[in-house]
Design a protein around this ligand. Structure first.
Ligand SMILES: [Zn+2]
Length: 368
């Protein structure tokens, strides 16, 4: 067992046994290591109370620890300010070992409140999403509160594509925007007073739309410069209203239906930064919009994979992606994301009324 041995992480002390929680981390680590196959190592970020059990190589583990450390610190300064008063265990298994733990086929990572354990195959967006649940769980618990699903998932989806810059967390639009903009155009959004009082089951039944609405309501607050103010008002007024509605009205100085009107107008005017997809995922390098026939290429990103390959042009309408019909821009974005970076895919499109089939390499954010 390599407990605490050779800790190369410069960003925090990580001795198991330095205090009670560190002691406990040591015991938890020993239990896990006894149960896991060979090849796992344990590390403890004692400053942030994060216990890692990992099958990753040294560099990847260090990278992941640094990501979550920087993210934790940025949250402390911005929104989720309560430090962890317990250890969160982060298990980063091999793909084969992950199968033992996963709760569902398509789930690449999850956080369990019961034993404050995060298990993730993904080391990008899913990991940060689930880790946000862990930080938020601690913050709500510190206030003795249980927050509704729209706030839990809204925060996790708000921050899972955040960039940690000089100024702290930089938030931006992501592909969930397309789902929401479409619902606004079709008039099928869920009214905000319904959304904020929704239970888990109902929320998950319309997961795509509920996640998108929750995320973009919080992004709207962030862009209006009042997210932290709203969150504080919400926690302060929790005993009178645990849905978040009153805090929204108080913070924005308007009735909820007026907030909803303004918010929809704001959402409709938002753009994806060049068909932005999340970290570590494939990119086409094009700005897209819905078209009656599929997804229309509005423009190409300078230096992006579409421009470099020189096969797709602005004005093209993409109708099929790797053999799957594309009905709108959101579907195409999802298909690109699912395909993975550095792949060549077959795209069928219409250009000036003429059907064409092209092979298109997909880039990754590293290409930018
Ligand atoms: Zn979640």
């Amino acid at each position: 067992m390599a407990l605490g041995a050779g800790c190369a992480l410069a960003l925090s002390p990580c001795a198991f046994g330095a205090d009670d929680l560190a002691d406990q981390a040591g015991r938890t680590a020993r239990k896990w290591l006894a149960d896991l196959p060979q090849g796992y190592s344990a590390r403890y970020d004692g400053q942030r109370r994060l216990l890692y059990l990992s099958a990753l190589d040294e560099n990847h583990l260090r990278e992941t620890m640094q990501l979550l450390a920087a993210y934790t610190d940025a949250q402390r300064a911005y929104l989720l300010k309560s430090p962890l008063t317990w250890n969160v265990t982060i298990l980063l298994p091999t793909a084969a070992d992950y199968r033992r733990f996963r709760p569902g086929e398509s789930v690449n990572g999850f956080y369990r409140n019961e034993d404050r354990t995060l298990i993730s195959l993904d080391r990008g967006r899913v990991l940060v999403h689930e880790f946000t649940h862990a930080l938020h769980d601690a913050d709500a618990s510190a206030a003795g509160q249980i927050h509704p699903v729209w706030i839990c998932e809204g925060l996790a989806t708000l921050f899972d594509s955040a960039h940690i810059g000089q100024e702290g967390l930089e938030l931006r639009t992501c592909d969930r925007l397309l789902t929401l903009q479409r619902a606004i155009r079709l008039g099928t959004t869920i009214p905000l007073d319904k959304l904020v009082s929704m239970g888990q089951e109902r929320f998950l039944r319309e997961a795509d739309l509920c996640y998108a609405e929750s995320r973009y309501l919080l992004l709207y607050l962030h862009e209006s410069g009042v997210l932290a103010k709203w969150y504080e008002a919400y926690k302060d007024g929790y005993s009178e209203d645990s849905t978040g509605k009153r805090a929204l009205e108080k913070t924005l100085g308007k009735r909820l239906f007026q907030v909803e009107d303004d918010w929809k107008k704001w959402v409709a005017a938002q753009k994806l930064p060049w068909g932005e997809l999340s970290r570590g995922q494939a990119r086409l390098g094009a700005e897209l919009q819905d078209d009656p026939q599929g997804a229309k290429v509005v423009s190409l990103i300078r230096g992006g994979s579409a421009e470099r390959a020189g096969r797709i042009r602005a004005g093209d309408v993409i109708r099929e992606f790797n053999g799957h019909a594309v009905r709108n821009a959101a579907e195409l974005v999802n298909a690109i994301r699912a395909a993975g970076a550095k792949q060549t895919v077959t795209i069928r499109l219409v250009r000036n009324g003429q059907a064409l089939s092209i092979d298109q390499p997909l880039g990754s954010p590293a290409d930018d």
